[in-house]
Design a protein around this ligand. Structure first.
Ligand code: C5P
Length: 298
């Protein structure tokens, strides 16, 4: 994402890439629904999406939120180094935890709250670390990048928990839910395109700046989204946050080799805090079996 937004040459509109990813997801999910329902897939989609209109409307909320979130992520990746962006975006673990407590009435143990404090400290250290790209890198507005990442974290936490509620509260398949999600995301995405890039869309067209790399990016984003759906279905949102955090290491290493990113001691320390918080958060207390009952030891 970072590379696509900072390389030279004609620059694609990120709002169109968000819409294109939704389209890829929709087509993929329709194929998966077809595999589930065989010949009756079209009537199954009609029944679920059109006849259960109220249920479909429930999905409107995460559809709109994900569109804004995905657009914010492009802004953030354009203004923050890939590694800083990746570490900052892990704050979604905090927002997911807060929304889990508020919306799902989950309670968090003391060590989980402690992990969240370490997470915030780690992200703060990375922000003040001063690690930067070489001087020939394109100009960037770190405050804008940070604010966009922060906004995306809040939306990610909310949409993730909301979607988990919808998924686990019914027996509609995850792929059918994603058909609903993408169908509704498309009009929201197109509206965002028109509102934010009307002039450029009219003068350059929807696919301006698209090449194989942008197509690859669009498919990558769509695949990532579908994997998120699977993880939310079979694990939970908080675990998802931890799985994603492994991306920090990959982005740091890739940033050094691809963008000549200078890693400072403060950055490494901050990223290590974030990684530590991930393991602290994921730690499950030992379970002792007492006469057939499970007892959790804190
Ligand atoms: O980073 P986060 O986990 O919030 O990522 C959510 C991403 O996954 C968004 O890009 C969203 O469009 C996508 N998603 C999806 N289908 C779902 C849930 C999320 O495509 N069921």
């Amino acid at each position: 994402m970072r590379y696509a937004r900072t390389r030279s040459g004609p620059m694609f509109l990120s709002s169109t890439a968000v819409v294109a990813s939704e389209l890829v997801k929709l087509v993929t999910c329709l194929f998966l629904v077809r595999a589930e329902h065989k010949d009756r897939w079209a009537s199954a989609v009609y029944k679920q999406v059109v006849q259960q209109l109220l249920d479909t409307l429930k999905v409107c909320v995460p559809s709109a939120v994900y569109i804004v979130q995905n657009n914010l992520l492009y802004v953030s990746a354009s203004h923050l180094d890939a590694a800083t962006y990746q570490v900052t975006y892990q704050l979604k673990i905090l927002t997911t935890a807060v929304f889990s407590v508020l919306m799902l009435k989950r309670s968090l143990t003391v060590h989980k709250w402690l992990a969240l404090v370490v997470l915030v400290a780690g992200v703060a250290l990375v922000q003040i670390s001063g690690s930067d790209s070489p001087h020939d890198a394109p100009p960037q507005n770190r405050l804008l990048g940070f604010s966009a990442a922060l906004g995306a974290c809040v939306l990610s936490g909310f949409a993730g928990v909301y979607f988990e509620m919808i998924l686990k509260g019914s027996d509609v398949s995850v792929w059918m839910r994603n058909v609903q999600l993408s169908l509704l995301s498309l009009p929201f995405g197109l509206l965002t395109c028109l509102l934010s890039d009307w002039h450029l869309l009219m003068t350059r067209g929807f696919f301006y700046g698209y090449d194989f790399f942008v197509v690859y990016l669009v498919i990558l984003q769509a695949t990532g989204g579908l994997l998120v759906a699977l993880v939310v279905k079979y694990a939970d949102n908080i675990l998802k946050g931890f799985a994603t955090s492994l991306a920090i290491v990959i982005s740091c290493v890739a940033s050094v080799y691809l963008f000549g990113f200078h890693i400072t001691f403060t950055f490494v320390f901050g990223a290590a805090c974030v990684m530590f918080s991930i393991f602290l958060y994921g730690y499950t207390p030992q379970v002792k079996k007492i006469s057939g009952k499970n007892e959790t030891l804190e």
